[in-house]
Design a protein around this ligand. Structure first.
Ligand code: FAD
Ligand code: 2HG
Ligand code: ZN
Length: 469
């Protein structure tokens, strides 16, 4: 079918306001947040509800039109923009913003997939509950995108990944049928766990249109500390100590190298180091609880003992929420600072926590010897074994040089990760960025199983071509 005919039929399904046709309007949809991937599309289609998504998918199925699902377009792996392999419709969920139901007794919330993560958090707060998923892009990413990438973020240590926070899904299949799996049940053993197939499938199996999410009691207080240490091994040792002493009250444990803090201070206005001295590594730790009175003393005692034992070199405890937030601004500023400072080669890796420090030591040595002078931007959610082990190239690096170094660095870093039993894709998804890497590191049996699932659910290969598989 010709583009103008397709557009005509789509406009009958979603109305003229539901289509974006002009190049300027399409700009934010075809380019990703990092400015790394630029695609093109004949039309961005913006349905208002699952019924309209179903009608659009039926039409795309009939006409064999490939579809790229898109939420907030904040993904870091090039999953939400067309890959350039032919005309692809972008199906944006950004008009599906309804909180459908909040049930504080069942501790659940049902939302459209296009609801911003920050709005899900706010809706939970309004009924005295807590939705724990938290990440730097929460003001612009959608819950559908979080589910499709199985996003991680800073609260995984205590509450798990997005997968752990979802009880039910509504999904429109590639042929337009709607699967209503919006059950708010904590026990449901009625066969295969279908929702888990779609969570983390990055738009390659269907369109998530709604979800039932788990809510938690709202912590009524939090305390955080900024810690200076000499090595990642010390940071990991502190993590173990705090886990023993604080148990579930330890809600976040992040690490960053001195270079990350330098980068934030250079590129984010108002950012300043919380400690007087310079340290090779820093940790940001946070405790929270529904009974917060004892938290400051608990943290101070634990950190005092760590200082005395020489596990850490210095620390400062933030006592009020303003101070806590300013520590988090330093941590959350790293992504933006990287974009301003250069072109990052990103490695979003996970390792068993017990092997993390040795990995950093070995990888640092390998990179310093094989790629001298390239700045390593090493930070991450240490409490989950997740590192963003990035390398920053200059803003004006030539595309060919960027590609050459990406290939060489990927091999060096990902081989080390694989040797230590890690994963080359921890929380950002595979998308276009790691598609070929995935083939290299997944076993043939795993790849075969994934391809069988893809063929069964999307036999015409219409969903998000060129991503993940
Ligand atoms: P998009 O970018 O629009 O899409 C991501 C993928 O999901 C694409 O493959 C797309 O096709 C698919 N998709 C989107 N919506 C749907 C749907 N409804 N149905 C089916 N498929 C769909 N990620 C983390 O995990 N942890 C972090 O700490 C973190 N921090 C970040 C900080 C910043 C500053 C930024 C910019 C990003 C960060 N991210 C992080 C990455 C990103 O925010 C997450 O991956 C987020 O989950 C993506 O949501 P989105 O709505 O923007 O999805
Ligand atoms: C974070 O942890 C995000 O801040 C982004 O996952 C990581 O910029 C990155 O590489
Ligand atoms: Zn992260």
């Amino acid at each position: 079918m010709r583009n103008h005919e397709l557009i005509e039929r789509l406009s009958h399904l979603v109305g003229d306001n539901g289509l974006v046709l002009d190049a300027e309007g399409q700009g934010p949809y075809v380019r990703d947040w990092l400015g790394k991937w630029q695609g093109s599309t004949p039309v961005v289609v913006r349905p208002r509800n699952a019924t309209e998504v179903s009608a659009v998918m039926r039409l795309c199925h009939q006409t064999r039109t490939p579809v790229v699902p898109q939420g907030g377009n904040t993904g870091m792996s090039g999953g939400a923009t067309p890959d350039g392999s032919g005309a692809q419709v972008i199906l944006s969920l950004n008009r599906m913003k309804r909180i459908r139901e909040v049930d504080p007794v069942n501790n659940t919330l049902c939302a459209d997939a296009g609801v911003l993560l920050a709005d899900v958090q706010a809706a939970a707060r309004d009924v005295g509950r807590f939705f724990p998923l938290s990440l730097g892009a929460e003001g612009s990413c959608t819950i559908g995108g979080n589910l499709a990438t199985n996003a991680g973020g800073t609260a995984v240590l205590r509450y798990g990944n997005t997968r752990d926070l979802a009880l039910g899904l509504e999904v429109v299949l590639p042929d337009g049928r709607v699967w209503n799996g919006l059950r708010g049940l904590r026990k449901d053993n009625t066969g295969y766990d279908l929702k888990s197939l779609f969570i983390g499938s990055e738009g390659t199996l269907g369109i998530i249109t709604g979800a039932v999410l788990k809510l938690y009691p709202a912590p009524t207080g939090r305390v955080a500390a900024w810690v200076g240490a000499d090595t990642p091994a010390q940071v990991v040792a502190l993590l173990s100590r705090l886990q023993s002493v604080c148990g579930e009250r330890l809600t976040a444990f992040e690490m960053m190298s001195a270079r990350c803090l330098d980068l934030v201070m250079a590129h984010v206005s108002g950012a300043a180091s919380p400690l007087a001295g310079r340290h090779a590594y820093y940790a940001l730790v946070e405790l929270s609880d529904t009974e917060p009175a004892g938290l400051p003393a608990l943290l101070e005692t634990a950190l005092g003992a760590a200082l005395e034992a020489g596990v850490i070199q210095d620390c400062v405890v933030a006592m009020n929420d303003t101070q806590v937030q300013s520590l988090w601004r330093l941590r959350e500023g790293i992504s933006q600072a990287q974009v301003r400072a250069g072109k990052a080669i990103k490695h979003d890796i996970a390792l068993p926590i017990s092997r993390l420090a040795a990995f950093v030591e070995e990888a640092d040595l390998a990179l310093v010897s094989d790629f001298p002078g390239l700045p390593i931007i090493n930070f991450g959610h240490i409490g989950d074994g997740n590192l963003h082990y990035n390398v920053l190239l200059p803003l004006d690096v030539a595309p060919a040089e960027y590609a050459r170094l990406t290939a060489a660095l990927n091999r060096r870093v990902h081989d080390l990760v694989a040797q230590r039993g890690g994963s080359i894709s921890a929380e950002h998804g595979v998308g276009q960025l790691r598609r070929d890497e995935l083939r290299r590191y997944k076993s043939p049996v795993e790849m075969d199983l994934m391809l069988m699932i893809k063929r069964a659910l999307d036999p015409n290969q219409l969903m998000n071509p060129g991503k993940l598989l």
